[in-house]
Design a protein around this ligand. Structure first.
Ligand code: SF4
Ligand code: SF4
Length: 380
């Protein structure tokens, strides 16, 4: 397993995480098999948003004394008052369900307390004005949660929540189709209509959100990695080609700020399939054929696909471009950690021999040689 740091929290996330939604309503033996397989594969990230007591108890029981080995994303505001998956912005209700989550799991802490489903301005204003952000801060102060997270499908609202400065981690819906959806559209509304959507280019607002996370040390965990399975089907994909799970996972893991993809599983076999990504070759992960033709206004911008490899002097071109993009957000205040990461690379911009082979291969016409020079200027 590979792990990535969750910002400044001191925790590290497995790049493959476990989404548990499909375990809801399943018998205990299915829950146990899936959780045990995840633990055996050294997965340590688990998202648990479901409000139902039975599935929470089953997951807690299956974790047993391995609870301390996992990082649980638990959601504040996920309830089942009126329907199975409901939400509340009432402080007392939120408290009752969050305390119930710990009781059901048999634990006295939740690693990441998630401000649930921040998809509208109204939702954000309610959690701010009803004391729910203060509740999360109080939980963190008391050590009941180790970090504050949020979940969202809307880049503009997510950005508002992040700009409060309290969030350590954001769970966000990321895949190539959603990333080409304009921010004013609800990806869950259009989720059933992926084929009708007009796909032009990766949306700059979403791109800027991910870069902001990397700059601010806010870790991103990913949901909807496969677009509800549609991206895996040539018939249902808007790109008219099936992506492989490895391509989808790699796309998500190469966005700035991303630390883990939460893959929904309901069997040991599915857990193994998800983790199989780690054994795939660079060619098998390459998603550039899917994005080719959708450059739009991002022409000249790196999408971090690594299609330009190999580099004769072993520069990780996508990674250098990623650090450079973060540095360019504010050249007066480049985060020291970005400079440290850049300087820790075995080869960096200073090693570029300007051979040009990357520029010939890049479908986004990224001026790589110029970027390498700029990286030297800005990052050392
Ligand atoms: S320079 Fe081009 S090919 Fe290389 S990672 Fe960036 S977008 Fe992909
Ligand atoms: S131009 Fe520089 S970065 Fe690109 S392949 Fe050649 S040496 Fe590597």
């Amino acid at each position: 397993m590979e792990y990535r740091k969750i910002g400044n929290t001191g925790m590290s996330a497995s790049v493959i995480g476990l989404g548990t939604e499909h375990l809801d309503g399943k018998p205990y033996n299915v829950v146990e098999e899936t959780i045990q397989a995840a633990l055996e594969q050294e997965i340590n990230m688990i998202d648990l948003f479901m409000p139902g007591e039975e599935v929470r108890r089953n997951i807690g029981k299956a974790l047993g004394d391995r609870r301390k080995d996992v990082i649980i994303q638990g959601h504040i505001g996920s309830v089942d008052l009126n329907e199975k998956y409901d939400m509340s912005r009432d402080l007392d209700v939120c408290k009752r369900y969050f305390e119930g989550l710990m009781e059901n799991l048999g634990t006295d802490y939740i690693d990441v307390g998630m401000l649930f489903f921040m998809d509208s301005d109204e939702a954000f204003e309610q959690i701010r004005d009803n004391g729910i952000i203060d509740y999360a801060l109080d939980l963190k102060e008391k050590g009941v949660i180790r970090a504050i997270g949020t979940s969202s499908h809307n880049p503009r609202v997510a950005r508002r929540v992040l700009e409060t400065g309290v969030v350590d981690l954001m769970m966000f819906s990321i895949n190539p189709a959603f990333d080409m959806t304009p921010p004013e559209k609800d990806v869950l509304d259009t989720f059933e209509e992926l084929e009708k959507q007009e796909y032009i280019s990766i949306d700059p607002v979403r791109n800027a959100l991910y870069q902001y996370c990397e700059q601010q040390h806010i870790a991103i965990t990913v949901m909807k990695t496969f677009g509800g399975g549609r991206l895996l089907s040539a018939e249902h994909s808007p790109f008219k080609k099936a992506m492989t799970p490895a391509q989808c996972i790699h796309y998500a893991l190469t966005r700035p700020g991303v630390v883990s993809t939460m893959i929904g599983c309901q069997s040991a076999a599915q857990v193994k399939e998800a983790v199989a990504y780690l054994q795939t070759t660079a060619e098998a992960r390459d998603y550039m054929d899917i994005l080719r033709g959708y450059q739009g206004e991002l022409t000249g911008s790196c999408v971090y696909c690594n299609h330009c490899q190999p580099c004769p002097v072993d520069i990780d071109i996508a990674l250098v471009n990623k650090y450079l993009d973060i540095a360019r957000l504010d050249t007066e205040k480049i985060p020291p950690s970005i400079k440290q990461h850049y300087r820790a690379l075995t080869s960096n911009g200073a090693d570029c021999i300007a051979c040009g082979s990357c520029e010939e291969k890049c479908p986004f016409t990224v001026p790589v040689i110029r970027n390498m020079e700029r990286a030297v200027e800005l990052l050392g």
